[in-house]
Ligand binder design. Structure first.
Ligand code: GLA
Length: 697
C-alpha cells in the first residue's frame, strides 16, 4: 500500500498537472470530443432502483431533455459483486448497451464509496473507527477505512474488474473513481500507516519530537509505536500531530485514488479518470494535490443559501475547481435541480435557477452541467433529494426547467475548451486551513473558510473574477493582485515567495494572524508574521489581541473592526487607518508599504463588510485589475471565457435579481442562448436569466 507523501508546495491555477502530460484525449477536450463536440448535460443515473418500463421512459425523457452523459454505478457494489470475488455484470452490460444505443455516453463509476454488507462481515477491521473509538457498521454509505488493506484490495479488485469489462465499451466516455472521498478513520490500520508516513516525513524520532514540540506536556515519543492518531484524549491535542494527521489522511485518500486510477488506465487508455471533489467547506483533502492527479477536476456543488448567496457560492466553487485544475476547464459532476442547503432544511430553487446556475458553472470554466440525480428515488435515504425527473414525473416545473436547461447548454457548445483568465487570486493552502483548525487557537472567530469566502466574495462583489492560488506556487506574478485572507501557516519558502512577489511589482493584501506559524506549526519568533513577509509588509506585529464576542473597535476612518486586533508597529509601512481607543489607540489597523516595485497591505482586524468591500475595490483599482463589466451592475455577474488563442471571448452575464435588467454597458455580439445578434448597449437580461455574448475582438 502506497503512503508516499504527495503534498508539497506546487499548485495553483496555471500549473501544469499530471493530466496535461497524459494528453488532450484524457482532459475535458477528449470528453467533449466523445460527446460529439457538445458540452456535457445529464446526471447520476441509478437504473438499478427501477424496472424496465421506467428504463424505456428514461430513454425517451433523456432524449427530450438533451441528456448526453450519465454517471452510472456509483453505488452499485452490492449488485456488481454479490459475494466476494463473484461478479454479476449482466444488468450493467444491458444498461451500457441501452444507453449507447440511445446516444447517451457514460461516466462509469467505481462503487467503492459504499461497500456491501458482506464486506463488513468478512472484514470488520476495514470498518472505520471514530476518534472516540466507535467502530461503525454498514447501513449507510462511506463506511470504510482507507488504510485497511482489505478495503484497499477490494476497491482495486472491483475497479479492475470494471475496467477489464468496460475499458473499451463505446458508451464509456470517462471514469469516475469512488464518490467524494471524505471518511476519516482512527483505527489501528490508520495508526500503522500514519507511523510509516511520519517516518518518511520526519526521518527520525528526534526530528519528529522537535517538530511537534513534544517537550511540552511530557509528550516525548521514545518509539514510533507510541504514536497514535488524534483519538479522543483528555484535553487539547498536540496541534502539530493533528496537522500531520490531516496531511497523512489526504495522502491516504490520494493513494487510494491513484491505485484505482492506475487499474483503470491499464484497461481503458485514453479515457479520462477523475473523482468528484467537494469544493466548499471540505477539509479532508488537499485539493491542490488531487488537482494534479485527476485527468480533469470534477466537482459536486450544492449552494448553501438562496438568491445572491447561491450565486456567490457557485462562483466560489467554480473558481476553486478551475484553480485546482491549473486553470484548465473542469466539469460540474453534481448539482441539485431544486436543492439549496440552508441550515436545517433544504430550500427550493426559484424558477430560472436551474438554467442560470448551470450557465454560471459553465461561465466559471465547467464543460457542462450534471445533476444528482436523473430520477428522484422512491425509497432510500435520499428519497427527498431533488432530481431531474421528480416524483411528480415529467409533467412538472422541474422537468420543464431541466429540458430548457438542456437546450440552453447545447447552444453553448462553442465555448468548449475556452478558459477563464483571472488577474486576481486569493491565496489558499490546505495546510493553513488545517493549522487553524486545531484546538487551542486564541479565538473561535478565527475561521479559515469564512475568511477565504469573504475575500473571494468581496472581489466577486467588485465584479472581478478571481483564481485561487497556492502561496508557494510558481508564477504568482501573473496576478497583479493577491489576497491572503488567512494564511495562518506559512513556510519560509512561501513567505519568501510573497516578498519576491511584492518586490517584483505585485499588490498583496495580508490579513490578521497570517504567517504566524511555520510548516511544523511552530510560531515564528521575534514578532509576526514570518520574517520575509514582515520585510515586504514593513510591519512587525508585537501582540495579538482577540476581541470579546460582540466587541466592536472603531477605526480612524469611521469603519469598524471585530473579532480580532493586533498591536502593529510600522517598520517602513504607512498607517492607513488606526485604532481609536483602548490600548491600541493611535496604532495602525491597516497599513500600506511600498516595497520594491510593488505594494503590500496589512489588515490587522476583521473590517466591517462595507469597509472591506471598499478596500478590495481600492486594491483592484491600484493593481489595475478592472471588473469584467465597467461599471459593475449590482445583481449582475459577468465572467469571460477566452479561446486558447485569445481571438474570441464569450461574455457570460447572469442576472441574479428577480426583475429584467437592461445592461447598457454590455458590448454587442452574437448571443448564444437566443441565437440573436445584440447591438452594443442593447442587451436586456431576463429576470433570473442569463446571456452569453460571443465577442471577436
Ligand atoms: C453528494 C453525493 C450524492 C448525493 C448528493 C446529495 O454530492 O455524491 O451521492 O448524496 O450529495 O446532495
Amino acid at each position: 500500500m502506497s503512503v508516499e507523501p504527495n503534498r508539497g508546495a506546487a499548485g495553483g491555477a496555471g500549473a501544469a498537472g499530471t493530466a496535461a502530460s497524459q494528453g488532450a484525449d484524457v482532459a475535458t477536450g477528449g470528453l467533449v470530443q466523445r460527446l460529439g463536440g457538445r458540452l456535457a448535460f445529464g446526471g447520476d443515473y441509478n437504473p438499478e432502483q427501477w424496472d424496465e418500463a421506467v428504463w424505456r421512459e428514461d430513454d425517451a425523457l433523456m432524449a427530450r431533455a438533451g441528456v448526453n452523459l450519465v454517471t452510472v454505478g456509483v453505488f452499485s457494489w452490492a449488485l456488481l459483486e454479490p459475494e466476494e470475488g463473484r461478479y454479476d455484470f449482466g444488468r450493467l452490460d444491458a444498461h451500457l448497451d441501452r444507453l449507447h444505443a440511445a446516444g447517451v455516453a457514460v461516466d462509469l463509476a467505481t462503487p467503492t464509496a459504499s461497500p456491501p454488507p458482506w464486506f463488513t462481515l468478512a472484514h470488520p477491521d476495514a470498518m472505520p473507527v471514530t476518534a472516540d473509538g466507535v467502530r461503525l457498521v454498514h447501513g449507510s454509505r462511506d463506511t470504510y477505512c482507507l488504510a485497511a488493506p482489505a478495503y484497499r484490495e477490494a476497491a482495486v479488485r472491483i475497479a479492475t474488474a470494471l475496467a477489464e469489462r468496460y475499458g473499451d465499451h463505446p458508451a464509456v466516455a470517462m471514469w469516475h473513481v469512488h464518490n467524494e472521498y471524505a471518511t476519516v478513520c482512527y483505527c489501528d490500520h490508520a495508526a500503522a500507516a500514519f507511523r510509516t508516513w511520519l517516518r518518511r516525513r520526519h526521518g527520525t524520532l528526534d526530528k519528529l519530537n522537535d517538530a511537534w514540540g513534544t517537550a511540552f506536556w511530557s509528550q516525548r515519543y521514545a518509539s514510533w509505536d507510541e504514536i497514535l492518531p488524534p483519538r479522543a484524549t483528555q484535553w487539547h491535542r498536540n496541534p502539530a500531530l493533528t496537522l500531520d494527521y490531516r496531511r497523512f489522511w489526504s495522502d491516504q485518500a490520494l493513494a487510494g485514488y491513484r491505485e484505482q486510477r492506475e487499474a483503470i488506465r491499464a484497461h481503458s487508455p485514453g479515457r479520462p479518470v477523475v473523482t468528484n471533489l467537494m469544493v466548499p467547506e471540505y477539509q479532508v483533502l488537499d485539493l491542490w494535490a488531487f488537482g494534479r492527479e485527476v485527468d480533469f477536476v470534477g466537482i459536486d456543488h450544492y449552494p448553501c443559501g438562496p438568491g445572491i448567496e447561491a450565486a456567490a457560492d457557485i462562483a466560489f466553487g467554480g473558481d476553486r475547481a478551475r484553480s485546482f485544475g491549473g486553470g484548465r476547464p473542469w466539469l460540474l459532476i453534481e448539482q441539485g435541480t431544486n436543492t439549496l442547503y440552508s441550515g436545517d432544511r433544504v430550500l427550493p430553487k426559484e424558477p430560472g435557477d436551474v438554467l442560470r446556475h448551470s450557465v454560471a458553472h459553465i461561465a466559471h470554466g465547467s464543460e457542462g452541467a450534471l445533476f444528482f440525480q436523473w430520477r428522484q428515488s422512491k425509497a432510500g435515504a435520499e428519497m427527498w433529494h431533488s432530481a431531474m425527473v421528480p416524483h411528480a414525473g415529467p409533467d412538472s416545473r422541474i422537468f420543464r426547467e431541466v429540458t430548457g436547461t438542456g437546450a440552453a447548454v447545447s447552444r453553448l457548445a462553442e465555448v468548449a475548451g475556452s478558459r477563464v483568465r483571472a488577474r486576481a487570486a486569493v491565496l489558499h493552502d490546505s495546510d493553513a486551513w488545517w493549522a487553524l483548525d486545531v484546538q487551542g487557537t486564541p479565538s473561535a472567530e478565527l475561521d479559515y473558510h469564512g475568511a477565504l469566502r469573504r475575500a473571494h466574495r468581496a472581489l466577486w462583489d467588485a465584479g472581478v473574477t478571481a483564481d485561487f492560488a497556492h502561496p508557494a506556487a510558481p508564477g504568482l506574478d501573473r496576478y497583479p493582485l493577491l489576497v491572503a485572507p488567512a494564511l495562518h501557516l506559512l513556510s519560509e519558502t512561501a513567505a519568501a515567495a510573497a516578498r519576491e512577489y511584492v518586490r517584483g511589482g505585485g499588490t498583496l493584501l495580508v490579513q490578521h494572524f497570517s504567517g504566524v506559524v511555520d510548516e511544523h506549526h511552530q510560531a515564528w519568533l521575534g514578532g509576526y508574521p514570518a520574517p520575509a513577509l514582515r520585510e515586504a509588509l514593513g510591519i512587525r506585529v508585537e501582540e495579538y489581541r482577540p476581541l470579546a464576542q460582540g466587541e466592536v473597535l472603531r477605526l480612524s476612518d469611521g469603519s469598524t473592526g471585530t473579532a480580532w486586533s493586533e498591536s502593529v508597529e510600522p517598520a517602513g509601512a504607512t498607517p492607513v487607518t488606526t485604532y481609536t481607543h483602548g490600548m491600541l489607540a493611535g496604532r495602525p489597523a491597516l497599513t500600506r508599504h511600498s516595497y520594491g516595485r510593488g505594494t503590500a497591505w496589512y489588515l490587522s482586524t476583521r473590517l466591517d463588510d462595507t469597509a472591506y468591500g471598499d478596500l478590495m475595490v481600492r486594491l483592484t483599482v491600484e493593481a489595475g485589475v478592472p471588473p469584467e463589466l465597467t461599471p459593475p451592475l449590482p445583481g449582475v455577474e459577468a465572467v469571460r471565457r477566452w479561446s486558447p488563442d485569445g481571438t474570441r471571448a464569450w461574455l457570460f452575464l447572469l442576472n441574479h435579481t428577480d426583475g429584467p435588467l437592461p445592461v447598457p454597458q454590455a458590448p454587442g455580439g452574437h448571443e448564444l442562448l437566443t441565437g440573436r445578434q445584440v447591438a452594443p448597449g442593447e442587451l436586456r437580461l431576463p429576470a433570473r436569466g442569463a446571456a452569453v455574448l460571443r465577442q471577436e475582438p
